[in-house]
Write a protein that binds this ligand. Structure first.
Ligand code: GLU
Length: 312
């Protein structure tokens, strides 16, 4: 395995840490540590309307309680100058343009919208405004966003370490995707890949709900860092509720803080999740360190993990 592995845990403080987040972080942490690699903790707190006050501190506390450790810690809201520079470079290269379409406008332009899917943008504002200020003049008081200009037939191919070969024609799947919500800002798609490249992350382990967001990130990374080797990607299945949908409040309380208050040990929680990955028998109690010799990507089922009741 590669020497100098650098992995990362990238929670968003949009809610309390739950079993689904922890299963993915457990895989990411073991994947890094089993190769003697470094782990970066990066708090992805740029999503202001959805961020919950205190969720960042709580997530760190929950992860430490479970036994996670890391070597470096970053907070995205303290790195806005880094993202502003990236946005400016994309602008100088003529790769982004201001767009004043509201979400409603974009939704109206869909042929067949599906729940949870990223919206396709057909380039309504391409070539419409000379500058961001010009666009702002037309959208005020709302802010325009920046969109990445995706040429026709932009096919991105990569081989995911878990999910296998993945292809997406970004011009058909997403169209001109958004990269920033205000003049010098950055949204998740841009900020995460800029950080991953600049922080030297060698492999991105995360939930497979982000597979479709990966080709746009690859396009951004190629545009901004043409001389850098891109990280590898490893998208693992999510935890779902009995209805097959991603873990949410309707599936009952799966927050780590809830299990902790109910008297469950970190070892019991980790053992439960490790059993779902095929690393130990169900009902086991395990520490993260004790799982290092048992860790393997190849035993993790391809299907989402359907949650049962951990408290029984
Ligand atoms: N912060 C994102 C989340 O919690 C994960 C982003 C990533 O791993 O790239 O869903």
């Amino acid at each position: 395995m590669a020497v100098g592995y650098v992995g990362r845990l990238a929670p968003s403080p949009t809610g309390a840490l739950h079993l689904g987040n922890v299963r993915t972080f457990m895989i990411a942490w073991l994947r890094a540590r089993s190769q003697g690699g470094k782990v970066i903790m990066r708090m992805e707190d740029l999503d202001h309307p959805k961020d919950k006050v205190g969720a960042d501190v709580q997530a760190i506390e929950d992860l430490r309680w479970l036994g996670f450790d890391w070597d470096e810690e970053y907070v995205q809201s303290q790195r806005k100058d880094v993202y502003a520079k990236a946005t400016a470079r994309l602008h100088d290269a003529g790769l982004i343009y201001p767009c004043i379409c509201s979400r409603k406008d974009v939704e109206a332009a869909q042929s067949a919208p599906h729940e949870g899917e990223q919206l396709y943008y057909p380039g309504i504002c391409r070539g419409r405004f000379a500058t961001w200020a010009d666009a702002f003049h037309h959208s005020s008081p709302r802010l325009p966003c920046w969109r990445f200009r995706v040429p026709e037939n932009t096919l991105v191919d990569f081989t995911d370490e878990f999910a296998g070969p993945y292809h997406q024609d970004v011009s058909r799947a997403l169209g001109d995707f958004p990269v920033a919500r205000d003049e010098g800002g950055a949204g998740y798609t841009l900020a995460a890949i800029v950080d991953d490249v600049l922080m030297g992350v060698t492999e991105i382990v995360r939930g497979d709900d982000l597979l479709p967001a990966t080709p746009p990130q690859i396009l951004l990374a190629r545009a901004l860092f043409p001389d850098r080797e891109l990280p590898r990607f490893c998208h693992v299945p999510l935890v779902v509720g009995p209805d097959g949908r991603r873990l949410a409040k309707r599936h009952g309380d799966t927050r780590i803080s809830f299990y902790r208050e109910s008297g469950l040990t970190p070892e019991r929680i980790l053992g439960y999740l490790a059993a779902s990955c095929g690393w130990c028998a169900s009902g086991s109690s395990r520490t993260l360190a004790s799982l290092l010799p048992d860790f393997s990507l190849s035993t993790i089922p391809n299907a989402p993990f359907l949650i049962g009741c951990l408290l029984k």
